[in-house]
Ligand binder design. Structure first.
Ligand code: ZN
Length: 318
């Protein structure tokens, strides 16, 4: 990170824009309005135009690299967006809005908003399914925080947020904030995200009973009987959910240490951040620069579902 801080993309707006263009458009500019490329797109040069402006002759619209991205219509310079992006993706446990606000000299409110937009860029929606032939995916759920406006129950966890996580052993993670632990909450997500050729490992919860019918294999450990690791008869592989449990321990430590609390409606963005870091961890061959490049590519095609930062639910560590 130290040498990264010397990178001119953090001080020179033109260099920042060119760096971003090269990541978002590796094959040259694409009109975000109609998808036109090549000769249909002309760069508008000269002082009459703001820098980085392009003209599309197919739909007659103009655009820059930030149009229809999570950076759209922001008054924050690109140099600061990129610095925040590097800070967020290079920090092992995440980085608080307060720290970024102090490091970059942007107001806390703008920083908080910016960090959530960056988390949106880390979201991996719509990717190819995980797993596949010979691969193992562990699925599990955890409880996190408290549902807003729901009183603490006498027993059970109905007042808590439920998170479902899928972890490919030796690979990536995907987490989802779900409504509950019914089959109808869990199975559609697994079907959509895990290839059928995968062997699934879970605990013995009811909502996983049907996995064996739909997947290449389904093996369970029985946590109620303190069983956490089991070996197949031919010792072909280890049956466990320890990998996904490990993911949860990183997530919970990070949320407690850096973010402290988060509103229910923002939980999916924090999950996207922890999924991203887990899926691009050093053990899988990624470094800080590669992580930042991946995040930069992710600024495109993300629909933002909220407009302004909220007063509630953004308490983070100072
Ligand atoms: Zn166009």
């Amino acid at each position: 990170m130290a040498s990264n801080l010397q990178n001119p993309i953090f001080t020179d707006e033109t260099k920042a824009r060119k760096w971003l263009e090269a990541r978002v458009w590796p094959q040259g500019p694409i009109c975000p309005h109609c998808g036109a490329t090549g000769d249909d797109v002309t760069k508008l040069e000269g002082k009459a135009h703001r820098p980085g402006l392009y003209q599309c002759s197919a739909c007659r619209e103009q655009f820059t690299v930030t149009v229809k991205t999570v950076f759209e219509r922001s008054k924050i310079p690109l140099t600061k967006w990129l610095a925040a992006l590097f800070l967020l993706t290079a920090s092992k446990k995440g980085v608080s809005a307060h720290q970024v606000h102090r490091s970059l000299g942007i107001s806390y409110k703008s920083t908080w908003f910016m960090m959530h937009r960056l988390r949106e860029a880390l979201r991996t929606g719509g990717l190819a399914p995980m797993g596949g032939g010979g691969k193992i995916v562990e699925a599990d759920e955890t409880y996190f925080g408290r549902l807003q406006g729901v009183p603490k129950m006498q027993r059970g966890f109905t007042h808590k947020n439920v998170v479902l996580t899928l972890v490919e052993r030796g690979g990536s993670a995907r987490s989802f904030h779900i409504d509950g632990q019914a089959i109808s909450d869990v199975m559609p997500i697994i079907r959509e995200n895990v290839a059928r050729e995968t062997r699934m490992n879970t605990d013995e919860a009811k909502h996983y009973y049907d996995l064996g019918k739909e997947y290449a294999g389904h093996d369970t450990v029985n946590h109620r009987y303190d069983e956490y690791v089991r070996y197949t008869k031919d010792a072909e592989y280890v049956i466990t959910t320890n990998t996904v449990e490990g993911y949860y321990s990183i997530f919970k430590r990070g949320m407690k240490g850096v973010y402290q609390h988060c509103g229910e409606k923002h939980l999916h963005r924090y999950l996207a951040e922890f999924d991203f870091r887990y899926s691009t961890r050093t053990a899988l061959g990624y470094n800080d620069y590669m992580r930042a490049e991946m995040a930069a590519k992710g600024i495109v095609g993300k629909r933002l579902t909220y407009r302004r930062p909220h007063k509630q639910g953004h308490t983070e560590a100072h």
